[in-house]
Design a protein around this ligand. Sequence first.
Ligand code: SF4
Length: 306
Amino acid sequence: MEEIEILPNVKVKAYFLEDGANLVGNYIDLDDYVGGSWHEKEDKVLHITPLLVCLKKSYHNDVLNYEPNLETKGAWAVGTIDHNLFQDKVCETDGFYVKEFPLNVELEFKNDEFKLKIPVDDTVVYLVGKIDLLHNREHRIEDLKTFQHFFLPKDVSKVDIKYFIQPICYTFVANHTYYVNDPITEVYVVCISKKNLYTKVLSIEYTEEVGYACYKWLIERAKKMYGCLKSATIPEGEVSMWCKFCNWLDLPCAEGREHLKDILEPITLESTQFKKKYPDKKPYYRRDGKWNETKLFKEFKQESKN
Ligand code: SF4
């Protein structure tokens, strides 16, 4: 219990319930915003989104039944709420929009023709996904992506590659099924900040060639993933900057840990003390893949010794 002066000479005693634990569950059921039938596991059905990230991570999520903690569920819920806000508003005001357009057509597979029904050995797997927004008159798809504000891409080169591939694959699929005669021509990625809804719209120039290349890449990943799941073989890790947020680092994922050792600034007792004294200065800088001590940090270490 702390005593806080809220006005001159007016004090109140206050404390956080349960030591400040996350009590979101007292107010809303986060499970209403995450999961649902779309995320339930179905035999022989692969969702497109997990194929776009590290397959080792997706494999573990699938096999080990990853149970997200409250903070992760909260972050997902915020994303879902933002999606609904955007989707509902545009669908209300423009009748040509379709929300959550499903891609689960079943077609026979022949040679290299486009299909969503993928034969793997003696069985067939289905690849499914949903287009966040499809504009039927403009022939445009809009893929909504919510970001922590910090990660909202500053320029096009900073946009994660998977955010190009996903809507391009959706477009390719749509153009070879429902939209054969009147293809989708515009591809947008709507990047939304979870902090203040700052919204940037990325327009991607779509060509059939690019669509086919992305689609083939996706199918290969689907086959690989299904093969791994079926034979209980863990796929190799695909390291990236997202490893530091991966739930499975502690498995441990050797590749992810090696990668982080390489990209994360070293943390030592001295560097922690340095940060306390100089919160705006850096103890290390990186050059040619190696971490080096800054001049100020070297001086700080010398002073500490004396
Ligand atoms: S730590 Fe990185 S490489 Fe390992 S499973 Fe996670 S994302 Fe993949």
